[in-house]
Design a protein around this ligand. Structure first.
Ligand code: ADP
Ligand code: GLC
Length: 503
């Protein structure tokens, strides 16, 4: 590869601008842009979901594919687009049976659908992502694009390193040269399927062993990624440590311990071209560190109006934007919620997910209509307004591999109150005397996963907000002036890619 740019194919099941359920989409849509700016020839591959096609941004190519899954053959076609605001090519794999089914109105998402008031995984998710992974390896020949490295992300791409090693690499020199990085964004979602799916993978049954594809009698895509990738990364140094313990490893801790010399943690970056109050088109007035104290209150009033709350200027407004899942500590919010409200606060929650949590948040809203605002669903514009209009941002996560919302909050001058886990621990400086003196205090942290511990951190934040405006302003300005851009973590990824490839 002397004299030519590093070539990387980033494979992910979602990317912002085309399909998004969480932070993985933000990473897949913005890391490549930062890599391209540093001269990497990087391209992205993802499925062509219905929503992605409906953006009108994607064009069909004449590259067609045929993938056999078990005894059935499925045809596909490659579409093409650019990542938003960039020249980075995105290949989107069309296969109507597998990917043309998302429909918000009907409750059909990318991975799950609604049924009887709950959410269920599509029963054919195994086949869907086997198709995707085989198709993305097949398309390299069709496009004549031979990357030095495939950067795979989460379980939906965990088989890629296994396919290269045990299948494609045996008969294609182009594939045999490709190295792999497997990034774990969330080890709780593992892509575990019945062992019968081994047949559908086309991989030899002898690889269904405890050191490769087998996990508690099932086929596990996440484990495949961990065992076969040349290198594994996750999205913060702290989470890289945590997942090697039984408290966070979800059963894969010993598999990770075995490979710990090939495991690194890199905190996610922020795409400041989308997430910066100085140029955010979703908020009523823009601001930066010089105008935050003048303009942020205008955003606060707009947020209160949007959530049908009284426009109380000095009442602290606490915001939260999250997938409503166990991971995000909604339980703690429900546990401490009333106590928080009794301390003369307002709370807004934007979330999509578990109907059970929605129900309890709605109950809280109905009981305190002047204090609580909720919106259940996915709304990009509202997510920006919550970041800009809130005084504090709540992330009481049970675990948090990296977390992006706290990084957005820093930029928006919204003081994060977080549990000290994973990327939250690595990115937020607790408001202690020492941290204030060192100029690194940006928020409030708590340890134990309990309602009282969470309430304690909120109380510290409220006390500071009400009685120490000097310190509060410092927290805001320190956070706003920090640099969490991809310039920093993009460089770390490039170093890692080079180390893996050996150049
Ligand atoms: P995770 O990936 O675990 O969901 P992150 O903090 O990394 O957590 O990223 C979440 C991303 O998804 C952020 O960009 C956040 O704004 C967005 N998000 C989550 N829930 C919603 C929602 N209901 N509406 C709009 N955006 C949301
Ligand atoms: C996962 C994690 C989140 C992380 C995101 C992107 O969804 O839950 O913490 O920021 O992936 O890496």
């Amino acid at each position: 590869m002397q004299g030519r740019p590093l070539r990387v194919l980033l494979a992910a099941s979602e990317a912002v601008g085309f399909a998004k359920t969480g932070g993985l989409a933000d990473v897949a849509g913005s890391l490549p842009v930062a890599l391209a700016k540093r001269g990497v020839d990087v391209r992205v591959v993802m499925p062509l979901y219905r929503g992605a096609r409906e953006t009108g941004l994607c064009q069909p190519t004449d590259v067609h594919l045929n993938v056999t899954i078990g005894s059935q053959s499925y045809s596909g076609r490659v579409w093409w687009a650019h990542l938003p605001k960039s020249d980075v090519p995105v290949y989107l794999i069309e296969q109507d049976h597998f990917f043309n089914r998302d429909d918000k109105a009907a409750g059909h998402g990318l991975y799950q659908y609604s049924e009887n008031g709950g959410k269920r995984d599509y029963p054919d998710n195994g086949e869907r992502y086997i198709f995707f992974q085989r198709a993305l390896l097949d398309l390299l020949g069709g496009l004549d694009f031979w990357p030095d490295l495939i950067h795979a992300n989460d379980w939906q791409t965990g088989l890629v390193p296994a396919y290269l090693r045990e299948h494609y690499g045996h008969h294609s020199p182009g594939h045999a040269r490709i190295r792999t990085l497997f990034t774990i964004h969330n080890i709780a979602y593992q892509g575990q399927f019945s062992s019968q799916l081994m047949h559908a993978t086309g991989l030899d049954h002898r690889h269904f062993s405890f050191d490769k594809l087998e996990f508690h009698g099932n086929l596990c895509f996440m484990k495949a990624g961990i065992c076969y990738a040349d290198f594994i990364s996750t999205v913060s140094p702290k989470y890289a440590e945590e997942i090697q313990t039984s408290a966070f490893g979800c059963g894969l801790e010993s598999t990770l311990q075995v490979r710990r010399h090939k495991l690194a943690g890199i905190v996610n970056g922020v795409d400041y071209s989308s997430w910066d109050p100085a140029n955010d088109s979703h908020i009523p007035v823009k601001y930066d560190p010089t105008s935050v104290f003048r303009n942020k209150p205008v955003c606060k009033a707009a947020l209160q109006r949007q959530f049908h709350l009284p426009e109380w200027r000095t009442t602290p407004l606490l915001g939260m934007v999250a997938r409503l899942t166990d991971q995000k500590g909604i339980e703690l919010l429900l546990n401490a919620g009333e106590e928080i409200i009794r301390r003369d606060t307002q709370l807004v929650v934007l979330g999509d997910g578990d109907p059970h949590y929605q129900h309890w948040l709605q109950v809280l809203r109905d009981r305190y209509p002047d204090r609580v605002g909720v919106y259940f669903g996915f709304s990009e514009p509202l997510a920006h307004l919550v970041e800009a209009g809130s005084d504090m941002f709540l992330m009481p996560s049970k675990y948090e591999p990296s977390g992006l919302n706290q990084l957005y909050s820093l930029r928006y001058g919204t003081v994060p109150v977080v549990r000290a886990v994973g990327g939250l621990s690595d990115s937020i400086g607790d408001c202690s005397e020492d941290a204030l003196r060192a100029g690194v205090a940006t928020g409030f942290k708590f340890g134990p996963y309990t309602g009282p511990a969470f309430l304690g951190a909120v109380e510290r934040a409220l006390h500071c907000y009400r009685h120490r405006p000097d310190i509060w302003s410092r927290l805001i300005l320190t956070g706003m002036n920090q640099d969490w851009s991809w310039d920093r973590s993009g460089g770390e990824y490039i170093r890692l890619y080079r180390q893996i490839i050996g150049v």
